[in-house]
Structures are given as C-alpha cells and as structure tokens.
Write a protein that binds this ligand. Sequence first.
Ligand code: NDP
Length: 245
Amino acid sequence: MKFKGKVALVTGGSRGIGAAIVQHLARGGADVAFTYAASDQAADRIVRELRLDGRRVLSIKADSRDPAAVRSAVDHVANQFGRLDILVNSAGIFYAGPVENVSLQEIDDTLAIHVRAVFVASQAALAHMGTGGSIISIGSCFAQRVPYGGVTLYAMSKSALIGFTKGLAREVGERGITVNIIDPGSTDTDMNPADGPTVEAELELMAIRRYAERSEIAAAVGFLASAESRFITGSSLAIDGGFTA
Ligand code: NDP
C-alpha cells in the first residue's frame, strides 16, 4: 500500500486519464478526491466503486475555468481529509483546427483550464503540503514536438506547463516538495479514442505503433507521487511510444 496515509486531489478525474489516476492512487491506499465539470454520473460511479474497496473518495463539481471554484476545491479536500500530499492537474480539453478558426472563447477556455487552473490549484495546494508532497501536471507530447498544424492552441497551452514546473520546482525544492510533468502521447480516451479519425496519422509518428492505455499514464503518475522518486523534480516525462524520439 504505497500511498497509505496520503491524500491526493486529481483535477478532471471523472473520465479518461484522470479517472485512471484516481483509481491507481486509491488502489495504492490513498484517500482521493477529484474534480470534474459536467459528468455527474461518471463521477458517482467512480466514488461508489472505490468506496466498495474501502477507500475514502470525494468527488467535487468544480469547473477549472473558475479559479475560485478550483481554490475552494483544494481547501475543501485538505479540510475534509486533514492534509494534502499529492496534486495531479489532469483536467483538459482539446480544440483542433487552423489558427484562423480558433475563437477567443476557445483560447480563454484552453488557457483557463490548462494553465491558470494549474497555477491556482498548485498555489492553493502548497498552503497545505509538507515534506514529501508532489505536484504532477498532465501535459502533452505536443509540448515537445508539433509535427502538423491544427493543434497550435493546445500545444501552446501545454508547453506553458514546462516553465511553470521548472519555476515552481525551484521554489519548493527545499521544502521537500517535487513538481513534475507527464507528457502523454495518444491515449485511448473520449478525447482521443483509439478508433477515431486521426488514428493512422498519429500511429505513423510513433516508434511503438499503438495507443497508450490510460493505466500506463496513471502508473507513471504513481511513480512520481511515490517515495522512490523524491530526487526527480522540474522534469517532463514523455509517455508517448516514441512520438518525441
Ligand atoms: P477526457 O476528455 O477523456 O477527460 C477529460 C477530463 O477532464 C474529464 O474528467 C472532464 O470532466 C475534465 N474536465 C474537462 N474540462 C473541465 C473543466 N472545465 N473543469 C473541470 N474538469 C474538466 O480527456 P483525457 O483523459 O484524454 O485527457 C486528460 C488529460 O490528458 C488532459 O489534460 C489532456 O490534455 C491530456 N492528454 C491527453 C491525451 C490523449 O491522447 N488522450 C494525450 C496527451 C495529453 P467532465 O467529465 O465533467 O467533462
């Protein structure tokens, strides 16, 4: 039970990669809270399943576009569970299309969820975190390599996490808190289904030509949240089947 006694918060934990992270941390013994924006039923299902396993699990409807909601979700978790050890910033959206077609709303939403909410959640979490704490953000392989057009906004938002992570790692290293990024490649979720229209184009760019399982991303988050990785900070770990190789 490598996370026994730890408390984790995962943003965007109702579906996809975030849900797999919630499950991984809870099965490792952590008490886990997660936020989501709209999927009430999916969130309830996860809470029910994990509570049957004997875990303390909390779902919080908190839209990452609203910084006050993000901040109060973090404080609520620390108050309910008495501490906060692990923050995983996973909530995300994906708008694709040429730059000319991107609306101001899409720019605002993407930056609010992928950048501002990560900053605000981390800021709030640090008020509760002590030695051994971990902040892990889910970036994207597009932060390192953008081999085609149509993903400019998304790539811009995810590459901002690199500066954030390096800067914050410097600020909290002496407090025994690590800050890292996981950069997934194509991973089978609602956002990017393994039978979607862009599959062939994505596989062509990879050394290992298949989609990642959500559990493969969650396992790496588990490693970065564990005691074995305490000397890793300010890093980005690509889990992309060689997309950025
Ligand atoms: P999904 O669309 O499957 O799930 C997205 C999750 O984020 C859901 O839980 C959703 O909640 C939540 N979310 C979305 N918008 C908000 C919001 N405004 N406030 C709070 N929560 C929100 O996506 P993935 O699991 O594929 O993506 C997870 C992360 O991984 C994202 O950051 C994404 O950019 C990144 N990623 C994904 C890749 C892939 O190939 N799948 C590749 C590289 C990176 P709700 O259910 O309520 O909508």
